[in-house]
Design a protein around this ligand. Structure first.
Ligand SMILES: Cc1ncc(COP(=O)(O)O)c(C=O)c1O
Length: 349
């Protein structure tokens, strides 16, 4: 059933979900306090719960994934340091250059196969100020995105995660996971969130992507880092007052919306395999591991394809001149999957 006030099929992102009636009930029943003063019990409950799920000491509720990444970088680097991350990572491409503006860091870009960095490439990208006569920036933080959005929703294997964490540690770098869709990765690879996060200092966890909460991310990590993170959240303007209303949506999402992510993955796969048989499109099926489908349009003009699909009641997003993105989520039904396949079929030129 679609708890959504529209017949349109919105596949632009998993961020378009609206709180369902059960989630709204949980929000309206939430007890609240003043979280800046530290006495909102629902926020405290959410933070403690997420910290436990990832096996970390503490957690901090923040308004967005972008802010969670920004705070993680600010709390674990110094101006003049360098962040090591994948060439198409959200931190590099889509966060307004926050690593530079808010933390004074440069960035070292690592290639990736379908968005996944190899431990060896991460190691090669780490430069150290020490021993370079002060020529190099100081590579001090490795950021891994799991799932990789621009990689097509791909997941790191446990070996890759562990090896990258070890490379970071051996090179005296902090390690961070941008886990905007870490639950999709957990469900797809049958790995617990605690196990995936084990070697990492901090993880940003989004509640407002596949989990369906309206707002919010949680940064988890060790107490000393979270102490600094708390201060940076204040300075970045991310302290919220009666935030328990939002935290309640997050708790509801953790209780109800993790297991069901596998349905989104099945639906994405169904769309991808149908589209890969159509003459006008290409899909790299290796990338389709979670809830995303990147569709290449032969002959280019992705904007035109997005318009043709919208005329047929299907909303998608352009990624570049010749690629569109389709993302399944909790409002997408089996019927929507069929409609989407038919629309793509008939939108071919
Ligand atoms: C991989 C990844 N990281 C971080 C974010 C940022 O999340 P927000 O939109 O809450 O700032 C997104 C948003 O889609 C994302 O895809």
């Amino acid at each position: 059933m679609r708890h959504y006030p529209s017949d349109g099929v919105d596949l632009r992102s998993d961020t378009v979900t609206q709180p369902t009636p059960g989630m709204r009930d949980a929000m309206s029943a939430a007890s609240v306090g003043d979280d800046v003063l530290g006495d909102d019990q629902t926020v405290i409950e959410l933070q403690e719960r997420v910290a436990r799920m990832f096996g970390k000491e503490e957690a901090l509720f923040v308004p967005s994934g972008t802010m969670s990444n920004a705070i993680a970088i600010r709390a674990q680097t110094e101006p003049g340091d360098e962040v090591i991350t994948q060439r198409h990572s959200h931190i590099y491409v889509y966060e307004g250059g926050g690593y530079a503006a808010l933390s004074g860091c440069s960035i070292a870009l690592v290639p990736g196969k379908d968005g996944i960095m190899s431990p060896k490439d991460v190691e090669s990208a780490i430069r150290k100020g020490d021993g370079s006569l002060g020529h190099y920036p100081n590579g001090s933080m490795v950021c891994v995105e799991n799932t990789s959005n621009r990689g097509g929703g791909t997941c790191y294997s446990l070996d890759e995660l562990d090896e990258i964490a070890k490379v970071a540690k051996d090179n005296n770098c902090k390690s961070h996971i941008d886990g905007a869709r870490i639950f999709n990765a957990s469900v797809s690879s049958s790995l617990s969130t605690e196990r995936m996060a084990r070697g990492y200092d901090t993880i940003s966890v989004c509640l407002s992507k596949g989990l369906g909460a309206p707002v919010g991310s949680v940064l988890v990590g060790p107490s000393d880092t979270l102490y600094k993170a708390h201060r940076w959240r204040k300075m970045f303007g991310g302290g919220m007052r009666q935030a328990g209303v939002l935290a309640a949506a997050g708790i509801y999402a953790l209780d109800n919306n993790i297991g069901r992510l596998s349905q989104d993955h099945v639906r994405a796969r169904e769309i991808a395999s149908a589209v890969s048989d159509m003459d006008s499109y290409t899909v790299n099926m290796n990338q389709v591991q979670t809830n995303m489908v990147y569709v290449g349009c032969e002959g280019g003009d992705s904007e035109n394809l997005v318009r043709r699909l919208e005329d047929r009641g299907i909303k998608t997003l352009t990624i570049d001149d010749s690629t569109i993105r389709i993302v399944t989520h909790l409002h997408i039904t089996d019927n929507d999957v069929q409609k989407t396949i038919e629309a793509l079929e008939s939108a071919q030129i």
